[in-house]
Ligand binder design. Structure first.
Ligand code: AR6
Length: 231
């Protein structure tokens, strides 16, 4: 069947979505929704105050490392606005390293509404969590627990009560969660990154040797967790 390509409504010109001729405008073909896709926020770079240049090096380095393990799966770095500095840095560094932009790209939007608002199908989303795996606290953690509802909270508690820095926890989402029913998200992966904010637990006091190692471990655990459910 012939297919045309249209730009997504997210404002990211580089991201294209396949639409069949006989589909309603704006709807997405099965090809698109069948591709295992992990959407993830930049771990530790806002509330946890991790340096953006260093974080972007870690993200691009880890993506590069996992590229040949991905098969047809995709990784998408998400942030809320087009002014996002971390997205610009990562885009530039990924282009420099000639990373396949079909397998890894950036996307602007709320990670909780990627399908309904952005037309992007992501079956897995990552959360920049806190060590107690608790809702609230602001940032992407509050947004994801809000959108996931009590079903996400209960499913998370079933898996674990806490997380150590550098680790990720894969949580299968019950179909009663609105994130599942509306957005098509089947799993949330909670990730705990390194913290450089003195007002938060386990502050690393600007020790970026340790910090970069913990951030690398965090992305490794995240991508391994994703691959364990994608393939
Ligand atoms: N959709 C997409 N990206 C988002 C969204 C959203 N709805 N909300 C925020 N971001 P942060 P951290 C981006 O501060 O630095 C929490 O309170 C944001 O612009 O959420 O790892 C937890 O409970 C940034 O690029 O996480 C922890 O205590 C990225 O998500 C602590 O903050 C991460 O920013 C974790 O801090």
């Amino acid at each position: 069947k012939t297919q045309e390509t249209v730009s997504s409504s997210s404002g990211m010109a580089s991201q294209k979505i396949k639409v069949s001729e006989d589909m309603a405008p704006g709807s997405i073909s099965h090809d698109e929704s069948d591709i295992p896709t992990l959407a993830f926020p930049s771990i530790s770079t806002v509330d946890f105050q991790f340096d953006l240049e260093k974080a972007s090096d870690v993200i691009v380095g880890k993506v590069e490392e996992f590229m040949d393990k991905l098969g047809n799966a995709r990784l998408v770095l998400v942030d809320l606005t087009e002014r996002s500095k971390i997205l610009s840095l990562v885009r530039a560094k990924a282009a420099e390293k000639k990373i396949d932009s079909k397998r890894f790209f950036t996307f602007i939007g709320d990670i909780c509404q990627l399908y309904t608002k952005g037309g992007l199908c992501c079956n897995v989303i990552a959360n920049a969590a806190n060590w107690r795996l608790k809702p609230g606290g602001g940032g992407v953690n509050a947004a994801i627990f809000n959108a996931g509802g009590p079903a996400l909270e209960a499913a998370t508690k079933e898996q674990a009560r806490s997380l150590l820095p550098g680790n990720a926890l894969v949580v299968p989402l019950p179909s009663t969660s609105p994130l599942y029913s509306k957005e098509g998200v089947t799993h949330v992966i909670h990730v705990l990154g390194p913290n450089m904010n003195p007002r938060r637990p386990n502050c690393l006091d600007n020790d970026y040797v340790k910090g970069c190692k913990v951030l690398e471990d965090a992305y490794s655990s995240l991508f391994k967790g994703f691959l364990s459910i994608a393939n």
